[in-house]
Design a protein around this ligand. Structure first.
Ligand SMILES: Nc1ncnc2c1ncn2[C@@H]1O[C@H](COP(=O)(O)OP(=O)(O)O)[C@@H](O)[C@H]1O
Ligand SMILES: [Mg+2]
Length: 211
């Protein structure tokens, strides 16, 4: 078991704390915020009517998401825009998702959100976004809504390569093993459209509803 007690997370999202793996600086361990699942159980008795508590566990859902049809191909290009997944790991703070930590020159990679707030929609980042969308369409990787703080930028061959570090999976309930290409294409197009909506909303001061 990996002891994370006393370590400071390098980042936190709404659901998880992210630690650099103490035995491997190229990996990241993400644990659900302590008490989050309990809070859901205590405060939201309605969840029982239609969802199990497990369905709120981001690490469990992430594991399923990494098992989706598109990622079972042997084509190494499938990993171009994805942090690698190394499974679930037991830690002193509960079960963690162990994934590739995306870095540039030993610094943890910047999120697309942070880049856009600093630099706006430059030609450089437009190219990165176009390449990313091309990959999504070609491989039909299913994701939840693609939000700029769940995407990070890896410097590769003088350009910025977008990597998904959170949000793989699907927005709605989709039986991963059996989805049809027809359905997946429509689904992916909608994620791309919504990603642009979200970027434009972020850049215009977040007024109104981003969808
Ligand atoms: N593999 C990673 N490589 C680099 N940075 C990461 C990685 N995973 C997470 N981060 C950083 O940590 C933040 C929170 O992680 P995330 O997985 O989105 O947590 P949550 O599930 O709570 O939303 C991200 O916005 C990003 O800045
Ligand atoms: Mg996140």
């Amino acid at each position: 078991m990996i002891d994370l007690d006393g370590l400071t997370p390098f980042a936190e999202g709404g659901n998880r704390k992210c630690f650099i793996h103490p035995d491997n600086p190229d990996r990241c361990l993400k644990v659900i915020h302590p008490g989050l699942l309990k809070k859901i159980r205590n405060n939201k008795p309605w969840y029982k009517r239609f969802r199990s508590l497990e369905s709120f566990d981001d690490n469990l859902r992430e594991e399923e998401a990494y098992n989706q049809k598109a990622l079972r191909s042997n084509n190494p290009k499938i990993w171009k825009h994805l942090a690698k997944w190394y499974g679930k790991t037991e830690t002193s703070l509960g079960i963690a998702s162990e994934t590739e930590l995306i870095k540039n020159d030993n610094q943890i990679a910047e999120t697309l959100e942070s880049y856009l707030f600093k630099n706006g929609l430059t030609d450089e980042i437009k190219d990165s976004i176009e390449n990313f969308h091309h990959w999504l369409r070609n491989n039909l990787v299913l994701t939840k809504n693609l939000i700029p703080h769940n995407l990070v930028l890896k410097k590769e061959n003088n350009s910025l390569n977008i990597k998904i570090i959170d949000g793989l999976g699907s927005q709605a309930f989709i039986p991963f093993p059996s989805y049809s290409n027809f359905f997946a294409k429509r689904y992916v197009e909608r994620r791309i459209e919504l990603m642009w909506n979200r970027i434009n909303w972020d850049l215009s001061g977040r007024k109104g509803n981003w969808k």
